[in-house]
Design a protein around this ligand. Structure first.
Ligand SMILES: Cc1cc2nc3c(=O)[nH]c(=O)nc-3n(C[C@H](O)[C@H](O)[C@H](O)COP(=O)(O)O)c2cc1C
Length: 358
């Protein structure tokens, strides 16, 4: 049962909500109609069966179907007598008077017959009519009334790319961006990271342990962290060039957030694992939140955490009880759009018993 608002504001339930999804015109020659609408007006077919039917998507929810009269009659029954114009018009509204003249000229150039030239109308608007190859009448109208204006606003809003990407878009476009490709500048708002932590803490967590803790580093601490990582790499035998490159890349990163996981004293191994998993979910929430705002991230588990200077950097003498580091999140603006890379297609990683796989 669908609901819609009556003008009074009361909700009316109806199994048929007020909308039109297809307008089907029975046409004598689908090829001729195609020539007019597709080749002439430049409208794109969404589907076609040559000689039988052409679908043109007029909006996300409305399709114009140009169906051969034979096909139409076979399904709907015989067409009525064709004297004069069919007793309805289709209308293409435009947001300004001069655009009526422009659209009529374009229709004429596409092969339309001008039925009624554009004129000021008694109802307050300005419109003209053309007919398509079958004599279906289209009105091109500028309607300055409230309904006409609202309609044009809706058309303009529909044409605008959606400001906010969907959750699925964000999930699928997020990519790790290496430290060396993260830049800062005035466009990078570090307060967004605090908002992202707010999103992070809504991650699922078993027994509601909320085991995550976050440390947002300032520039001085980022420089110290880079130094510690250089030292740690030297101690573990990295080549001097690598040490220098890493130190430079880390020191140049505009932002770093350290995410840790703390389990309760005496927590069982299962709980510790679940806590770690929950923090991993929180980290992904955080990265997705940032990416939705145009801020790229890189998750690192570098062993800088083993350097004795690491915990003092966060403000602790040593690791708090039951605490481990889950992620060093480097963030900034991506110098170039990250490239997608996945080796395994969904069929490889999903055993789909619902849709018939082995
Ligand atoms: C738990 C975890 C630890 C990671 N540690 C590192 C790391 O230490 N260094 C690194 O370069 N990338 C690290 N990454 C990032 C992965 O390399 C990256 O996610 C992977 O290449 C997939 O790329 P994508 O994030 O762009 O999809 C880590 C990712 C996860 C989930």
């Amino acid at each position: 049962m669908l609901e819609h608002e009556a003008e009074s504001g009361a909700r009316i339930e109806s199994p048929v909500d007020p909308r039109v999804n297809f307008i089907t015109l029975a046409v004598a020659d689908v090829g001729a109609s195609r020539k007019f609408y597709v080749d002439g007006l430049g409208w794109q077919p969404a589907f076609e069966a040559p000689g039988e039917v052409v679908f043109i998507r007029l909006s996300p929810t409305l399709v114009l179907s140009l169906w051969s009269a034979a096909g139409f009659e076979a399904e709907v029954g015989p067409l009525g007598p064709r004297a004069g114009h069919p007793p309805f018009t289709l209308a293409h509204n435009v947001p300004a008077r001069e655009l009526v003249d422009e659209a009529l000229a374009a229709a004429r150039a596409a092969g339309a017959t001008i039925l009624e030239p554009a004129a000021q109308r008694d109802w307050g608007g300005y419109s003209g009519y053309f007919t398509d190859p079958d004599g279906f009448a289209w009105e091109v109208a500028y309607n300055p009334g409230a309904v006409g204006v609202a309609l044009m606003e809706a058309v303009a809003a529909e044409a605008e790319p959606t400001a906010e990407p969907t959750a699925v878009d964000v999930i699928r476009t997020r990519r790790s961006v290496p430290q060396a490709k993260l830049t800062g500048g005035p466009a990078l708002d570090h307060r967004e990271v605090v908002a992202a932590v707010e999103s992070a803490r809504w991650a699922p967590n078993h027994k509601r342990t909320e085991p995550w803790r976050f440390y947002l580093l300032d520039d001085e601490r980022i420089a110290r962290l880079a130094g510690l990582w250089g030292e740690q790499l030297e101690r573990t035998g990295s080549k001097p060039e690598r040490v220098e490159a890493k130190r430079r890349d880390w020191a140049g990163v505009p932002g770093v957030l350290v995410v840790t996981c703390t389990s309760a004293e005496g927590a069982e191994e299962t709980t510790r694992r679940e806590d770690y998993a929950a923090v991993a979910c929180a980290v992904q929430n955080l990265c997705l939140h940032l990416w939705s705002k145009g801020i790229a991230t890189k998750w690192s588990t570098a062993t800088v955490t083993e350097h004795e200077g690491f915990w003092p950097l966060l403000g602790h003498e040593r690791a708090p009880d039951g605490t481990r580091v889950v992620a060093l999140i480097f963030y900034g603006l991506a110098e170039e759009p990250p490239k997608p890379h996945r080796k395994l297609p969904v069929e490889h990683v999903l055993v789909d018993h619902r849709h018939g796989a082995g």
